[in-house]
Design a protein around this ligand. Sequence first.
Ligand SMILES: Nc1ncnc2c1ncn2[C@@H]1O[C@H](COP(=O)(O)OP(=O)(O)OP(=O)(O)O)[C@@H](O)[C@H]1O
Length: 857
Amino acid sequence: MGKRLFSGNSSNSSHLEKKPKTTLVDLEDIDRLLSESDDWDDSEDLEILNNSAFNITSRNQQSVPSTSSDQKIVVSIPDCDETNGTDKSKEISSMIDDDLDNILDKYTPSSNNRNKPTDFAQKPTVTLAANPLIGNVSNPTQLVGTSRFHTETQTVPIQNNIELQIAEQNHMDRKWNSEPHVPEGIDDEDMLMQMQDEINAENENIKPIPADITDDMAQDSSIEMYAEQPKTKLSNKFTFATQLPSVVDSKDGTPEELNLPPNTKIKIPIRLSVEQEQIIDLAEKGYNIFYTGSAGTGKSILLKELIKRLKKKYGPQHVAVTASTGLAACNIGGFTIHSYTGIGLGKGDADVLYKKVRRSKKHLRRWEEMSALVVDEISMLDGDLLDKLDTIAQKVRRNHEPFGGIQLIFCGDFFQLPPVSKDPMNPTKFAFESNSWKSSIDITIMLERVFRQQGDLKFIDMLNKMRLGSIDEETEMEFKKLNRALPDDDIIPAELYSTRREVDRANGSRLAKLPGKSRIFKAIDGGDLQDKDLRDKLLQNFLSPQILHLKPGAQVMMIKNIDATLVNGSLGKVIDFMDADTYLFYDVITNNPEAPLENLDALRNDPAKLEMLREADNDDDDKARKNKMTKESFSRLSSNEVVTELDDNIFDFLADAEPNDQATRDNIKRKRAWLNELHLSSQGRKLPLVRFKMADMTTRTVLVEPEEWAIEDEKEKPLVSRVQLPLMLAWSLSIHKSQGQTLPKVKVDLGRVFEKGQAYVALSRAVSREGLQVINFSRTKVGAHDKVVQFYNTLTSAETALAKLGNDPPEKKRNGYKPQFAPKTSLSRYSYSKKKPATKEGGILGMLMTRKEKSKH
Ligand SMILES: Nc1ncnc2c1ncn2[C@@H]1O[C@H](COP(=O)(O)OP(=O)(O)OP(=O)(O)O)[C@@H](O)[C@H]1O
């Protein structure tokens, strides 16, 4: 029997949990690789796993129905960089050779696993991919947890109809042409097909003889064994998703000669185009770059790769990854520029904002350590604000070069949405009109190839005309033809509207269609401002509504940055409502299903420990403490609140591990009852338990607690404030929020378009005309700013920009340019306290508190 290198599990909707449903049996291999390599950067989980030798995960397709048992295992081969590529390549090569044997071992019937019930047979897909661009990475610690979880719960084996796939070489690797590092044997499609045929031929002989698989056999087998998954009620299908990996049906993307079965899903790694690569080259040389291109030219995709390269060059903590809006920031795994730089709403002059930054050690440090500042969707950033940021940078860093010598990478399309200007007397100032832009940007480049709509060239042409604000009659007719219903299939179309009122109405009607009564969450508003009209106006500006209606099944969007992965823009689905105390225990059971009930009981009956746990869960910064009381009053159970039993959905994680032995089954049953009893008797207000979809396609289930928004005067006293759940319904989106998205199926209503570029942004989210419905189209809705047209007339292609530059890198051109980060002079005055758990407890309490600490960082 070969060593067990990996295994996967079946995936239905419930497998999109944060606790990964991937099993990695041979963890030692991963651990060893991680510890032996000098290249891993421990501080960045994502970095580690992007570079890890093996990245073995189970992936769900976005549109897999909840009842499906479709499975996909991705084995990623790491990227080779310039310096260590060859060695690592050899190492991987030999390991991969072993792995092929293991794949065969794993899916070939052996004496131990021959008798399996085909009823439960899953249909795994094995993809051997060379570090796909959008890898689904997992965290090694998560893998450890998962492994334990699965080892203790024997289930039923995967067996028949396996499909082996080979993903193309990762064309992001710039050494592809010269030194392909995929080992021989892996990129050989014939061999894979042969393996697939062999395995399936053997598997056909397996007779469905259920029930006689003993625990011992399961332990000994090289095959992991899984239970048939019970169906969950809530689908994990989302109306839309941000920048999903390119997963296409075989009919669209599989090379003919692969001859894969019709339902095979293939992940096609993205290969950067020459012009995209050229921009990376320029950025690596240290130039301050603005690059642009029409919607769908791959600006964001390129930006993600560029960020990786800059992090390699400067170190992750020296690269500020930001965007002008929360959703755009979410797309590139960054922050809004306002929150990252510490300028809040950006109100007040540069001096006021500089003082604000100085008061926050965290933000001061960020500015001081910054070597590169990346801003996505720059078109929505106000030119005056850019000038203020420039001033702050120079002051904080005590360096009078533009932006204090920080390298700038700006990306966006000025033909799309301009900065929001609410003051008619003070019209929009584009970023390119600012003084700081003129003094800092070395190169402006235009990407020319459109990827998003590449399957519909006529549509690209129509959109291009629209972008420039001039469409002819024929184009208008073509757009008007799109006023028809979209096919009613598995995918629910996203809906885009121009105004918030329209969005609210559309979301409200979707909510009404869900069964059951909605729960109402009323905001607590405060602040010192006396002028009622002004106060109401300011309150209206908050994204969070005064009254929020929610039901289980509601699609929601997070509207605050909570931690590293749960950010403004994260999409989720409400699965139930529970109070904070029940959630503490729910969390314990989720992470530790085998924890004895007696321990949970003991913790429940120990008020001191419980209090400690609650404290550890609370944010300890000053402001949070000030608002604690308001938040607490928000979270108090009101007398008329009806408390019902918890829904079975919340126990998905237990159902996944459907045990074979009676004792474990009983244990789980007891825990369900125990948690329900706690839930029914608890005095806390029931808050939404939301399953969020993460950028790596896993999910994370969290109890969403109230947050505070405030508009402050210059002395940081709140003029108006609101405490509310940081959620909004999200079946429909405003066009402003949709900027940056790729939406395969979308319905757009242009009836109330009020801004130049707005109609273009909305329609260019679609991938093709086939997936686009347009209501209220009219030529009058289309327009472009003259200033933007003029500015774009001055732009060049990447190739021309390169030719003009010559060989001198900007380090030589810009006097005193520092490719590394700024001196840390003022830093030494501060000491940074790291948050520590309130106490070092062992057992469940300790585990919980450590987890909470970790999730905060
Ligand atoms: N080099 C490439 N090869 C194949 N597909 C690509 C490439 N670059 C981008 N794409 C695809 O094109 C689509 C649009 O990419 P992306 O969102 O990065 O464009 P964008 O220019 O940022 O669009 P927008 O301006 O609308 O935000 C995505 O589906 C992406 O996967």
